[in-house]
Design a protein around this ligand. Structure first.
Ligand code: NAP
Length: 308
């Protein structure tokens, strides 16, 4: 495993995070085994959200962690708030942020969160309320650090004007097959392809400029959770390229697909969503493959993109 220090955020964090969105499918015993496997692989960072399994992911993790002998202080535990599917709204009000954190801590059976992310934009958010909520949470020792997920540049700028704590993370979708976060730059000003459409206003470079670490979610999925591209017959060329580079580096195709994300100089983290210990080992082997500049492009093109 390799580690980075997140500027204005937690230090010595693993490049691979275990995402717990799919944890409700496991028994408590299997969840405990997956958490232990993650730690054996060198992972020290765990991602949650209140909405995963409508609270069940946090609950399962909390129960499972008690079954292990792991020490709380050795783990970085993050959750997200604000996405209220059950109510049909996104809610960044002070009341909701505070309630949400209390509920997450209860389900996770923890006294504090290392990191809290605002999940998806609330269209009628009040940044002063967010600032008050963050101050209260910090003062009460319930949350150490703060960030966002799927939040665009202008909203980040507004938040930064009011919130006094640094926003150190933006969690965004990125995989070789779902690379809309980076595509537009290559096709800028090109009328011949929709790839030139700027979907997020240069968010990747804004995050780099502001030292906001990007956490790449769904690193093996195409579309939006449509399936895993590794071994998918929808991506024959990509699988061939993954396989060839896997042979070169002595690792699996999955490892190469994750190495492609880690090779980006923005020093992102990749959030592994697998609940299978053998698959998790494959994700973690990615840190053994330092892809060359040329290999990064080889994989990008093999996923179906072309040079302008
Ligand atoms: N911020 C956001 O809006 C947002 C949105 C979505 C997700 N997330 C975070 O990102 C994490 C990861 O998301 P994700 O689960 O979609 O990521 P992922 O790692 O891209 O996908 C995991 C899925 O791929 C399957 N898989 C893995 N290796 C495979 C292989 N070799 N062959 C076939 N299937 C394979 C896994 O099945 P097995 O379990 O059987 O391996 C699992 O169903 C989540 O847990 C969550 O923490 C954040």
């Amino acid at each position: 495993m390799k580690y980075i220090d997140i500027k204005n955020g937690p230090s010595h964090v693993s490049r691979i995070i275990l995402g717990c969105m799919r944890m409700p499918a496991l028994t408590v015993q299997d969840a405990a085994r997956q958490i232990e496997t993650a730690v054996e692989e060198g992972i020290n960072y765990f991602d949650h959200a209140t909405c995963y399994g409508n609270g069940k992911a946090e609950e399962r993790f909390g129960d499972a962690l008690k079954e292990t002998s792991l020490k709380r202080e050795d783990l970085i535990i993050q959750t997200k708030c604000g996405l209220q599917f059950e109510r049909g709204e996104f809610d960044w009000t002070k009341e909701n942020i505070l309630n949400s954190v209390n509920e997450s801590l209860r389900r996770l059976k923890l006294d504090y969160l290392d990191v809290l992310l605002l999940h998806r934009p609330d269209l009628i958010y009040d940044p002063e309320e967010v600032a008050e909520a963050f101050d209260e949470l910090e003062k009460a020792g319930k949350v150490k650090m703060f960030g966002v997920s799927n939040v665009p540049m202008m909203q980040l700028k507004v938040l930064k004007k009011y919130v006094k704590q640094p926003l150190c993370i933006n969690q965004l979708q990125l995989s070789i097959a779902a690379s809309q976060l980076i595509d537009q730059t290559l096709y800028v000003n090109d009328l011949s392809t929709d790839m030139s459409i700027d979907r997020d206003n240069g968010l990747l470079d804004y995050c780099r400029l502001e030292d906001i670490t990007i956490q790449a979610w769904s690193p093996l999925q195409y579309g939006k959770f449509e399936g895993c591209f590794v071994d998918s017959d929808k991506y024959p060329e990509l699988n061939k390229a993954l396989s060839e580079l896997g042979e070169k580096y002595g690792v699996s195709k999955t490892a190469i697909a994750i190495a492609w994300i880690l090779r980006h100089p923005a020093k992102m983290q990749a959030i592994a969503g697998t609940m299978n210990p053998a698959h998790l080992h494959d994700y973690c082997e990615s840190t053994k493959a330092d892809l060359t500049h040329h290999e990064w492009y080889q994989l990008y093109l093999a996923s179906g993109k072309m040079l302008p």
